[in-house]
Write a protein that binds this ligand. Structure first.
Ligand code: PLP
Length: 420
């Protein structure tokens, strides 16, 4: 075989996603925040363990601020990761927080965060959630006319001025996004053509008018698609504000910034998005000239900063294939197992943390400890030879890991979590 052919030869097994930058080997092991996987696990008291890195989150924020126009505010959508220390750490890094339930409001309050920085979107808000939010001065992103009227009634009963914005269901969605949240019939937001009337009703009823929220999708890796969507969002906001005859106080432009999870995924070109926005902000219509403009990001801010560590408890062979059975699984890493909104299961980036600088030599399945075939963390992964006692790392675990997995399934319980 020629050396050129050897170079292009595909490694055996199924490809793993790209290991994010900033992870290094120390004493042959994966290290995070200057500590090896073994040290981190010992200090935390065992596996499974989520490790979140302050340095990586802060680095992501710095890079993002450099790329985006100064005028743009950045909010953190806490459903990605609502660990109390992560919430508190974000306080100096972002302007606002976006929540989607009364339970998340309680987490914000417990973390000691000023609730006037918070907006609350999400369908099906219960009266007690509306009440708690209004009392705390949270901005409600209203999802229907019915919800708007309930909020106004509750506020009147409480003798408070509610801070109200409308979530718009736009007539477009974000091309290429992993999860579409706008366009056509949706449970989210109010159809764009009905928004001006409701906005005027809110103002007439004495609510504090907080403008619009337009969210169109998630996990987009195409800067072009995001740029086009942001242009559509600004145009729609202008149209609604013009119909209302009111300048907009605030516009939440949505987010959707994705991270590379899978083989072949390329990081999002945020410089391209930033310079396109800079240009648009230089030429805003009058209705938006003084508006508070923000985006809301979840996984982009924290996803790459997290690693999930679990320990191999068994190594077994079945029909010639090797299985590394760990003490972790889909009850902490539903998305990595391919069971959280994915059509085709693909491998997240993974490594043997205790042999981080060893070359891959063997195709091995990494599975969890749940008694279901769904519980697979890496399928046919080409990895260093690993054995009982070794620690497996699954990357991209900072978002939608602990917060979006069924920890109580099979009585397993939650993983440990640390911010380092
Ligand atoms: C889920 C969600 C987000 C965060 O999504 P990411 O893909 O993690 O950035 C932001 N805003 C709203 C309204 C959401 O529902």
């Amino acid at each position: 075989m020629s050396s050129a052919a050897a170079e292009t030869e595909k490694p055996p097994g199924k490809p793993l996603g790209p290991i994010p930058e900033n992870f290094e080997a120390q004493d042959g092991e994966l290290a995070i925040g200057g500590k090896t996987a073994t040290q981190l696990v010992e200090e935390a008291g065992g596996t499974p363990l989520f490790v979140y890195s302050r340095d990586i989150i802060a680095g992501t924020m710095r890079h993002l601020r450099e790329a985006m126009p100064e005028r743009l505010h950045i909010n953190y959508a806490i459903k990605a990761n609502s660990h109390p220390e992560v919430l508190a750490f974000m306080a100096d890094l972002v302007e606002g927080y976006d929540i989607a339930s009364g339970g998340e409001l309680e987490k914000i309050q417990a973390a000691g965060i000023d609730t006037r920085r918070v907006s609350f979107a999400g369908p099906g808000k219960r009266d007690r959630e509306l009440e708690a939010a209004i009392e705390a001065g949270v901005t409600l992103n209203l999802e229907s006319e019915g919800e708007a009227r309930r909020a106004l009634e509750i506020a009147e009963r409480l003798g408070q001025t509610p801070r109200l914005a409308i979530r718009v269901n736009p007539d477009f969605d974000m091309k290429g996004s992993g999860m579409k949240m706008g366009g056509g019939a949706k449970p989210f937001g109010i159809d764009a053509e009905r928004v001006p009337a409701l906005g005027s009703e809110i103002i007439a009823a004495g609510g504090e008018w907080r403008g619009l929220h337009i969210y169109t999708g998630s996990q987009a890796l195409s800067a072009e698609a995001i740029i086009e969507t942001q242009a559509n969002v600004l145009a729609l906001a202008d149209k609604i504000a013009s119909e209302m005859g009111e300048a907009l106080p605030k516009l939440n432009m949505g987010g959707g910034f994705g991270i590379p999870y899978f083989h072949g995924d390329e990081p999002l070109d945020i410089e391209a998005i930033g310079s396109a926005l800079e240009e648009r902000f230089g030429d805003l219509p009058e209705t938006l000239a003084d508006a508070h403009l923000c985006i809301e990001l979840g996984r982009y801010l924290v996803g790459l900063a997290g690693v999930y560590l679990c320990r191999i408890v068994d190594r077994k062979v079945s029909h010639g294939e090797t299985f590394l059975v760990t003490d972790g699984g889909l009850h902490h890493q539903l998305a990595a197992s391919g069971n959280f909104g994915t059509v085709v299961r693909r491998n997240y980036p993974a490594a043997i943390a205790t042999r981080f600088d060893a070359p891959p030599v063997e195709v091995q399945h990494v599975v969890g400890c749940l008694c279901t075939p769904l519980d697979r963390l890496s399928d046919k992964a080409f990895l260093p030879r690993a054995d009982v006692g070794d620690i497996v790392a699954i990357f991209c675990a900072g978002a939608y890991g602990a917060s979006a997995s069924p920890a109580e399934f099979l009585g397993q319980g939650p993983a440990r979590e640390v911010l380092v």
